[in-house]
Design a protein around this ligand. Structure first.
Ligand SMILES: Cc1cc2nc3c(=O)[nH]c(=O)nc-3n(C[C@H](O)[C@H](O)[C@H](O)COP(=O)(O)OP(=O)(O)OC[C@H]3O[C@@H](n4cnc5c(N)ncnc54)[C@H](O)[C@@H]3O)c2cc1C
Length: 527
């Protein structure tokens, strides 16, 4: 076997890179093996067409943990955030629109156009979320305690959580609702204007195979307001040069600390002896020995494709089989000759409302109906579009006067009842373009190029089972100490020396780095 490493990391997604950098920083000999030709997993910049630097999968950042940015000196390695102000624009079919962002004054004026009461309530709603965040956010960087263990460490941390929950007082009920309830239930209680509710609700269904009225969506809503952009809470920004700016900086940090990274190196097998991981073998037969192996891939890939599940306890295999990889997402990357000119807010060239996310989906019922189609295995007849144009804020990502335009589309169910995604995806993209054209009539004629990534493509390109953007649903039964399986929330697996370090583990998907950070801490604890 080649090399003799302390740790081999399977996959150079941002979590794998975070894990590698922390282990290398602690003096370990680390090898990262990535199947693609570039590092970054779902957090990449790819020059799809000359001069167009496209964040092909993830497109905005807020969740990346500030501790990681600081510890790994990511700014010195080129990472730079570009805040978006305003951060969201929702045009409506009646010609009105709602602009929102980090400026409380703007929000008040804009929401007042639809409801004075909602404008009053919005800061109170944000305060409520901030209180709940004070309880939940610290859990992101902790290893979940195992409630079935009687180890003093687990009992102590469970007790601590209970104590913190107690301190929430009456807000405890809101925290439980955020963890279990529906986004629609919460939004209906706080607000009356459809325009505000639907703008906020889109965050609740991003990546979730669910409609806003379904239990569990409040957590996804909350998950999306937990981060920060350069210290400003809940604000999402672009990364200069595209999302690959994060993973390029992480890779530089990891290499500077001594880690070795190899691309075009697909791991075919995790090698074990007597229930212990001993290394990995690539598809070409090259084998590498290591004391520990950490997988950045999802559980399906790690345990069912890179191993024989017969090596695992049946109850663990059974729990893994319950993970829901159904995905609702299609990503369309577009190169434009000019920005969309919205009928609701006409502009000559780039305008402030192009800075943020442009939401197409006018009512909560519209989102419900879009989901209904997917429920029966059909792509939405009238989909929800979340569009961004990073080049409005970052001129480095497109040639002068041109633009990169991203459409994150729901619902595009992984499993189609009729046909297959290779046949359907261009038709579905045409439908999305027609829809946007109704709001911005210059859109279709401004399209220079497009790349359509169906759920099947997301699986093929990024290795995401079912195309699920979170490496498995972010539902209550698959969060915290239940992610990925009861009793295995601490990054360890039934195979000694084999760990999970990616979004399959707590706290799940999103470009946060917390999974890789927590996994490195546990691995170092094991020596
Ligand atoms: C279309 C899309 C849009 C998204 N938008 C956002 C967004 O705007 N903001 C946000 O915060 N999050 C977003 N997300 C979610 C976020 O990108 C992911 O949750 C996060 O990047 C996961 O990171 P990770 O490092 O855990 O795993 P991944 O990024 O999935 O990385 C896993 C890596 O392992 C590699 N790998 C797998 N199998 C093997 C093998 N056998 N051998 C070697 N290597 C292997 C893969 O190639 C990949 O590089 C989006 C995701 C998608 C797909």
């Amino acid at each position: 076997m080649a090399g003799n490493y302390d740790t081999i990391i399977i996959g150079a997604g941002h979590n794998g890179l975070v894990c590698a950098a922390y282990l290398a920083r602690a003096g370990q000999k680390v090898l990262v093996l990535e199947r693609r030709e570039l590092v970054g997993g779902c957090c990449v910049t790819e020059e799809l067409w000359p001069g167009f630097k496209v964040s092909t999968a993830a497109y905005v950042n807020s969740l990346l943990r500030p501790e990681i940015v600081r510890d790994l000196e990511l700014k010195r390695h080129g990472f730079e955030m570009l805040p978006r102000n305003p951060s969201s624009f929702t045009p409506f079919p009646d010609g009105r629109y709602l602009l929102m962002g980090p400026d409380a004054g703007l929000n008040r004026r804009e929401v007042s156009k639809f409801s004075a009461k909602d404008a009053e309530n919005l800061p109170k709603y944000e305060q409520m979320l901030a209180r709940v965040a004070e309880f939940l956010e610290p859990t992101l960087m902790m290893t979940p305690p195992d409630p079935w263990s009687s180890r003093p460490r687990d009992l102590w941390r469970l007790g601590l959580l209970g104590w913190k929950f107690r301190q929430l007082g009456p807000a405890g009920r809101q925290a439980v609702e955020v963890l279990t309830g529906s986004a629609r239930g919460i939004l209906d209680r706080w607000f009356e204007s459809e325009q505000l509710k639907v703008t906020l609700a889109t965050d609740a269904v991003i990546g979730a195979f669910a409609s806003p009225s379904m239990p569990g969506t409040a957590y996804v809503l909350f998950h999306h307001v937990m981060g920060e952009c350069d210290g400003a809470r809940g604000v999402w920004g672009y990364v200069k040069g595209g999302m690959g700016g994060i993973t390029q900086a992480l890779a530089k940090a990891a290499v500077q600390h001594g880690a070795e990274i190899r691309c075009n190196a697909e791991v075919a097998h995790i090698l074990t002896r007597g229930g212990e991981a001993t290394g990995v073998a690539l598809a070409d037969g090259t084998a590498f020995a290591a004391r520990k192996v950490a997988s950045n891939a999802d559980c399906h890939v790690t345990f069912f494709r890179l191993m024989d599940p017969k090596e695992l306890p049946p109850e663990f295999v059974d729990a893994l089989r319950r993970i829901d990889y159904n995905s609702p997402t299609c990503k369309i990357n577009v190169a434009l000759s000019e920005p969309p000119n919205f009928t609701a807010l006409p502009s000559d060239g780039v305008a402030p409302h192009h800075h943020g996310t442009m939401h197409i989906g006018p009512t909560l019922d519209y989102l419900e109906r879009a989901y209904d189609d997917a429920k029966y295995g059909r792509p939405s007849a009238a989909p929800m579009l979340e569009c961004t144009m990073a080049s409005a804020v970052d001129p480095t990502v497109a040639p002068p006067g041109r633009h990169v335009f991203s459409m994150f589309v729901q619902y595009a169910p992984t499993k189609l009842r009729e046909g297959n995604w290779d046949e359907e995806k261009e038709k579905f993209a045409d439908r999305c373009f027609d829809l946007l054209n109704e709001y911005a009539p210059n859109f279709k004629r401004s399209v220079l190029h497009r790349q359509v990534l169906s759920p099947l493509d997301l699986e093929r390109v990024y290795g995401l089972t079912g195309g699920n953007i979170f490496q498995g649903a972010m539902t209550l039964d698959n969060l915290f100490f239940l992610r990925p399986a009861p009793g295995y929330g601490n990054y360890r697996t039934p195979i000694k020396g084999l760990y999970l370090c990616g979004a399959a583990a707590h706290p799940g998907g999103g470009v946060m780095g917390a999974c890789g950070y927590n996994a490195a801490r546990e691995m170092l604890r094991d020596g």
